[in-house]
Design a protein around this ligand. Structure first.
Ligand code: ADP
Ligand code: MG
Length: 693
């Protein structure tokens, strides 16, 4: 990169601090805000609560005030003839005194405030001479502001410096910037051309033009993300054929007609149909099943696995934790009681002879359903004929992880990914853009929605009374302590002490305690005591977050609820409300709450709808922080688009990208060379993007 004003030092700064290496990077370093510079105010119009303003006038005199050793405050009295205001420097006053001249015309720019009844602007930006007249005569109305780091500011490398660099670059370009979107799309969607948009985004004439420029650049960004993932999905489909499960046989039928203890919900029926259609199609299934906690996803998974078995294949289901894997095993064995299906468990605690037995059974094909943890499946487990893989409660199962599975057999198995943490549509489209999505949007009949309330931690006595009442009615209670880092000793101490306190508060009941530091066997025993109803209260950390199923438990108390994220709170709440009784979730917090916490608590009390909670979560935290986005191998360092706010644009980009892929699945049509070349270019320069290819 060679630009006037960029010596080796600045070049290094740009690269190290902002990641700017090329002209293109610089152009895509968009302003984070714009300030209206069209209006020049008069001093007598100014008030202390205005945003940025500018005034033209001259300095009458300087005054210096001592502020302790080697510190001074410099004040310039400034007028435009309508009144007097003060310009104030706490730092760099010396520079101001030396460089700004009394009597000369200046344009002062800054945020006004009031001190001693007089308007003042601290650390104003000052322009005089040529740059003053350029501002006064310019057609440009909005001034761009660029983020810079502390390190840059120390070297006087400011937003203004970046602005000048961008301007120099744009002025230097002899040719218009090449277009990256086909004319057809530009016309149909009335998008601004790339050259115009790029210039306008740095130097907008007005708010309207800026908005159009931003829409154009956002669309471009989202469009290429979608094009990338859809092209990947289409490649994948062409490369791999899917096993065909065209039989519904004895295993499925026996289960359905003899063992299934209840009627499927309509949503469950629909999803099973969708899965059947996929597995008959000759294409490999990649399906994401979203369904709120308690919506009955396990059953759908089991039925899909039985179809695989009827067609002579093996199936496996993977859970995120050992407890959950064991619970799945128990559930499945119970569902398949009396049927001749061999189900085995493989987790870290299955060792020695037993482990070898299971591994042998998988290789010979005798083991028909394997239940395990994610970790186990990723290592060296070999199957004879793996046809169906279910990944439970996994929001992190992105493209890269799924790709690993495909090495397990010559043809990849069908994959069903299940999650109870609903993912907002726009995010799913991006994160799991190559997956088909099914939704179970209906709970089994007879469930009453959980009632959620918020309690401050000085009201524990009445909370305990409520718990007592529920237990006397035969119910069970979860009490959750936050353990953010399970390794943190202090947190654990917190739980131990809390447990003691609760034992004293409820001498008449039996309590269980479960946390991540316990030995698996111990943990399992404690859990079982609660499951069997031997204990009434389960004191736990978030190890119970996913999947645990005790229908008789009707109260979920979450202590220090401010320390949990929305999706975690929602997951925890999902542990209750599984039986026919009215259930309660009580969020306990300290008195002082941040605004974000307040919002989280309010949303939890307001709704049980996982999708609404997910949307709110996305808005509160931004996509970069959401679970799954980091590991997904997808581009999430979006420079201008915002998945949470630009939902409509995501959909538009998706639709357009889909049309292109449909028309040109092998990416060879001359008509779209422009797009394919650009995609290659982006992937070459963006490491993040390269991950999915
Ligand atoms: P999740 O979707 O959270 O994994 P589960 O599969 O654990 O939910 O199901 C929750 C509970 O609902 C289980 O006890 C399960 O047996 C029960 N269940 C599932 N489907 C139905 C149905 N159609 N009717 C009644 N109960 C059902
Ligand atoms: Mg589940």
């Amino acid at each position: 990169m060679y630009l006037p004003g960029v010596g080796p030092n600045r070049k290094k700064m740009l690269s190290q601090e902002l990641g700017i290496e090329t002209y293109g990077d610089l152009l895509e370093y968009y302003p984070y805000k714009y300030v209206d510079r069209s209006k020049i105010y008069k001093v007598h119009e100014l008030t202390g609560d205005m945003p940025f303003v500018q005034v033209v006038g001259h300095i009458l005199s300087f005054e210096t005030f001592d502020m302790g050793p080697r510190r001074e405050r410099v004040v310039a009295h400034f007028t435009d003839g309508t009144g007097i205001m003060d310009l104030v420097w706490f730092n760099g006053g010396k520079y101001a005194k030396q460089n700004y001249k009394i009597g000369q015309e200046y344009l002062v720019f800054g945020r006004p405030g009031v001190f001693n009844n007089r308007i003042q602007v601290q650390h104003p930006e000052m322009e005089s001479g040529e740059s003053l007249s350029s501002v006064l005569n310019s057609q440009l109305r909005m001034r761009p502001y660029y983020n810079t780091t502390e390190k840059m500011k120390k070297m006087n490398f400011t937003s203004r410096s970046v602005e000048r660099l961008v301007k120099t670059l744009l002025d230097k370009l002899k040719e218009p910037l090449p277009e990256t979107i086909t004319p057809d799309i530009l016309n149909r969607l009335h998008l601004m051309g790339r050259d115009e948009a790029m210039r306008a985004i740095h130097y907008p004439q007005d708010a309207r033009q800026l908005e159009r420029a931003r829409v154009r650049m956002k669309f471009e960004e989202l469009f290429y993300v979608q094009l990338n993932i859809l092209r990947y999905a289409s490649d994948q489909r062409r490369k791999y054929r899917g096993y065909i499960f065209n039989r519904i046989g004895d295993t499925f039928n026996t289960f359905y007609h003899q063992n299934l203890p209840f009627e499927l919900t309509n949503a469950q029926k629909r999803v099973v149909r969708e899965i059947r259609k996929d597995t008959c199609s000759g294409r490999q299934m990649n399906r994401l099943l979203q369904g709120d906690v308690g919506s009955g996803k396990t059953l759908v998974a089991l039925m899909s696995m039985l179809i695989a078995i009827d067609n002579g294949f093996q199936a496996c289901i993977m859970a995120p934790t050992e407890i959950l894997a064991e619970q799945h095993l128990a559930t499945i064995l119970d569902f398949l009681k009396g049927m001749n299906v061999r189900v085995e468990l493989l987790t870290g605690i299955v060792k020695g002879k037993k482990r070898q037995e299971v591994l042998d059974g998988l290789l010979s094909g005798e083991v028909q359903i394997l239940v395990g943890t994610h970790a186990v499946i990723e290592d060296t487990v070999q199957f004879a004929r793996l046809g169906m893989v279910v990944v439970d409660e996994q929001h992190r199962f992105g493209v890269a992880q799924r790709a690993k599975l495909w090495n397990k057999s010559e043809q990849p198995p069908h994959v069903l990914v299940m999650t109870a943490t609903p993912i907002p549509r726009t995010l799913a489209m991006t994160l799991y853009g190559d997956l088909d999505v099914s939704v179970i949007d209906e709970l089994p009949p007879g469930r009453k929605p959980v009632q959620t309330s918020h309690v401050f931690d000085n009201r524990l006595t009445s909370l305990y009374d409520g718990i007592r009442k529920q237990i006397h009615q035969g119910r069970q209670v979860y009490i959750v302590f936050p353990l953010i880092e399970e390794s943190e000793k202090s947190d654990l101490k917190n739980l131990e002490q809390g447990f003691e306190v609760l034992c004293q508060a409820f001498p008449e009941f039996r309590l269980s305690k479960v946390h991540g530091k316990m030995k698996p066997k111990e943990k399992e025993e404690e859990m079982q005591r609660f499951v069997k109803g031997e204990t009434q209260i389960l004191v736990a950390t978030t190890v119970i977050e996913v999947g645990v199923n005790v229908p008789n438990a009707s109260v979920m108390v979450i202590l220090d609820a401010q320390r949990f994220g929305l999706s975690q709170l929602h997951q925890l709440r999902g542990r209750v409300g599984r039986g026919a009784d009215q259930s309660f979730c009580i969020l306990v917090t300290s008195f002082k709450l941040s605004e974000d916490t307040r919002k989280r608590i309010d949303i939890m009390c307001e709704t049980n709808d996982g999708f609404r909670i997910a949307e709110a979560d996305l808005k509160l935290r931004g996509p970069g922080d959401l679970e799954g986005t980091q590991q997904s191998g997808m581009a999430f360092d979006l420079k201008i688009a915002d998945i949470a706010r630009d939902g409509q644009l995501v959909q538009m980009a998706r639709d357009e990208a889909q049309k292109i892929i449909d028309e040109d699945p092998t990416c060879q049509s001359a008509q779209y060379q422009l797009l394919w070349n650009r995609l290659k270019e982006i992937k070459k320069t963006n490491i993040n993007w390269a991950a999915i290819s």
